[in-house]
Design a protein. Structure first.
Length: 256
């Protein structure tokens, strides 16, 4: 079968085995149209546009989405959204037991995997069973307060290792399994702009995430990479019982 894009212009068809979408013996001839706007009625398949026949329109392609740190907090919310829309989802935690428990709670085709970003030399081996990546979200973080007045060097090293070295190694380890339209999202935090008492390392490594995104954009082009820097959610489990938490403070830039 041949699917032709609705977009006008010169056409170039390349063979592409679809596998799960149409069966292992079927071959989709896709049109390479990088950088063009998707016309109405077309579907994006790993960066390429095609228009399926009317009888085959619908959710034909299964997307593989990986959330490193997806067993709690914002990472879990992202993983749940992926699962709810029908993706094949992988979430990670530091232990297999916890990852599997949360994967069952999320439902769908979600499965758990043990990955410890504080030990970056183990990350590649931990991810060896991942076959392909359409969406990679990394949200893992070492929670804790570490101020200059009471500085815990060991905890500081662990936190920075997770957030910068661990994030980088995860992208490097999975890069050869990125699909053509794969993208990466890294989670930082607004503490990079609005520090609070005890955020010494959090502020530092979240600023580092911005720098990491810039260099990854060069290193893994044409794959997309972005960072999200969420603010403090005052009534979240982490902050709701903390007196005078950061959302109660007026940033210096806003003070009169």
């Amino acid at each position: 079968m041949i699917f032709r894009s609705a977009e006008p212009g010169p056409e170039q068809f390349l063979p592409y085995p679809v596998g799960r979408a149409f069966g292992a013996r079927d071959v989709l001839y896709r049109r390479f149209s990088e950088g063009r706007r998707k016309p109405p009625g077309t579907v994006c398949l790993h960066g390429v546009l095609y228009q399926p026949p009317a009888g085959l329109r619908g959710p034909l392609i299964v997307t593989t989405s990986i959330t490193v740190g997806g067993s709690s907090g914002l990472g879990r919310a992202v993983a749940q959204r992926f699962a709810d829309r029908g993706d094949t989802v992988i979430i990670t935690s530091r232990t297999t037991a916890h990852a599997d428990t949360v994967a069952t709670e999320i439902g769908g085709t979600t499965r758990g995997m043990a990955v410890d970003l504080s030990r970056p030399e183990t990350i590649a081996a931990a991810l060896v069973d991942v076959r392909e990546v359409d969406n990679l979200v990394i949200s893992a973080i070492a929670q804790g307060v570490n101020s200059l007045a009471d500085f815990d060097i060991a905890e500081a090293i662990r936190a920075v290792t997770i957030k910068l070295v661990g994030y980088t190694e995860t992208v490097r380890a999975l890069r050869d399994r990125f699909t053509l339209d794969a993208s990466v999202v890294l989670f930082g935090g607004l503490a990079k702009e609005r520090p609070y008492p005890g955020s010494t390392m959090v502020t530092a490594f979240n600023g580092g995430i911005t720098g990491l995104v810039k260099t990854l954009a060069v290193e893994i082009a044409p794959h997309r990479v972005n960072a999200i820097h969420p603010g403090v959610v005052g009534d979240s489990p982490k902050w709701r019982d903390v007196p005078d938490h950061p959302t109660c403070r007026v940033p210096l830039s806003d003070a009169s």
